[in-house]
Design a protein around this ligand. Structure first.
Ligand SMILES: C[S@@+](CC[C@H](N)C(=O)[O-])C[C@H]1O[C@@H](n2cnc3c(N)ncnc32)[C@H](O)[C@@H]1O
Length: 239
């Protein structure tokens, strides 16, 4: 039986915006793409020469139509739409933050499309890859609300089944190295560096991975403190 874990010290949690900001600072005139922007809590804090925001329903204040921000572009469309008909054929980004529709298959599509537009030494951050509860990991949003109401649960976090993406990459993308941030809510950072630790799993096994299996196989996530990950990717990418 494992020992009960100490509660996380919230003063030591690294925020979404801090992760993305620190990554953008590693590049000269960083080019940044955020998929799923909502109110812009992260997007508005990112120092980048070029910033592209994609969301089918922005909740920005001021609204994107009223902003005069040289270097920023706002596309009120789904990520599929953006990658299919808007992104320039030669457009390249240094840092991409994927935080759109929180289901495995959509986020996998977002990652695959992103890799076409990620410069060779770029990084991708995927949000919500380490759900803390089974409820939080339910991929169907309606079911999530129904179960949350039934349980009278006050924790409003919803992450969906994005964690499966990490198992997918470990199995099918040996050219990518990744680490999951242990000192926040759970974001996985991906960059190009070949790996030799490639397990055998079927697509079906990844798609069917349960929350319980995720917990039992948590080492797959490669959990590390953010500053350790930052040092590692700087060394690997020569940044
Ligand atoms: C969790 S919020 C994003 C939060 C934001 N990244 C931040 O750090 O504050 C998720 C957003 O994804 C957007 N979204 C939903 N479906 C999407 C899709 N297919 N493509 C892109 N964004 C999507 C929603 O409209 C919502 O604004």
């Amino acid at each position: 039986m494992t020992e009960p874990q100490e509660p996380q010290d919230l003063t030591k949690v690294v925020s979404r915006a801090a992760v993305v900001r620190q990554l953008c600072r590693l590049y000269d005139d960083a080019r940044y793409l955020e998929v799923g922007v909502w109110r812009g809590a992260t997007f508005d804090k990112v120092p980048a020469a070029r910033k592209v925001a994609v969301d089918p329903e922005f909740k920005l204040d001021p609204p994107h139509g009223e902003r005069d921000e040289p270097g920023s572009e706002f596309h009120e469309v789904t990520s599929d739409d953006y990658f299919a008909r808007i992104v320039g054929r030669d457009e390249q980004f240094d840092v991409v933050f994927l935080d759109g529709l929180h289901v495995y298959e959509q986020t996998l599509r977002d990652l695959m499309n992103t890799l076409d537009h990620l410069q060779p030494d770029g990084v991708v951050v995927v949000d919500d890859t380490h759900p803390p509860t089974h409820l939080c990991s339910l991929p169907d949003r309606d079911q999530y609300f129904a179960v949350r109401d039934y349980l009278g649960e006050t924790d409003k976090r919803w992450m969906g089944d994005i964690y499966k993406l990490v198992w997918f990459v470990q199995t099918f993308c040996p050219h990518l190295t990744y680490r999951t941030i242990s000192d926040n809510h759970g974001q996985t950072v991906f960059w190009r560096k070949p790996r030799t630790d490639v397990p055998q799993r079927s697509l079906r096994e990844v798609a069917d991975l349960t929350f319980e299996q995720m917990v039992a196989g948590e080492d797959v996530l490669q959990l590390r403190p953010w500053q350790t990950i930052r040092r590692e990717l700087r060394r690997d990418l020569g940044l």
